[in-house]
Design a protein around this ligand. Sequence first.
Ligand code: ARG
Length: 246
Amino acid sequence: GSMLGGSFANAADSAIDNILSTGELKVCFEAGYIPFEMKTKDGRFIGFDIDISKHMARSMGVKFVPVNTAWDGIIPALQTGKCDIINGGMAITPERNLKVMFADTYLEMGQTVLVTPEVAAQIDSFRDLNDPKFRLVSQIGTTGAMAAKKYFPNAQLDLFETSADSVLQVKNGKADAFVYDLPYNAMYAVQNKDSVVHLDEAFTYEPLGWAIRQNDVNFINFLNNYLVMIKKDGTYDRIYDKWFNS
Ligand code: ARG
């Protein structure tokens, strides 16, 4: 702030100032989103977003500080300063974009469904899931939950706090279909071949972006130029191949 006080005095404040003065880039994400952010048995965080975040922090000359946060509280955590940025597989949606600034898209994907083998044998397309006889599941506050309501308004829908709890319902045969992001579903299906079937036709378009607090043009400018740089210099592809093609 300045001696003038009031809100205009802080107009030039950027998260960058705090990152550099504390020597820490605090990054919000919700671990449990394969292969973007996972927690290992010994409590470390790993994944695509985690590697990018670590590299981002190094490029600013500061330390990466992970802030693992419940998904449905992740935007409030950013807004109240618990972290400087959300790098957690967040889709850029109009609703979210009214609350936060997004850097340019770093990855594109869409929604798909995982179904039980019994359901897979009964339906021809994901569209057939829009029927009151089917029980769908997804994670609270995700684009999967939004897509389930929009594309399958006639089906039953139950939402869970984590993706793991949601998908387990389908794996255990307690629900018919899990609506979620394609990369997660593709990897889960490979690891659970006998219990789920992946209908891998994406029926939404979702650009993922890093979110920061509003009115921070300095940080957005940094992030967009940083993204161009890592896409051109091989860093992005190296990290992508490590998590998506192995
Ligand atoms: N991409 C989806 C969304 O933006 C789900 C992201 C969930 N991410 C996570 N770290 N659990 O809503």
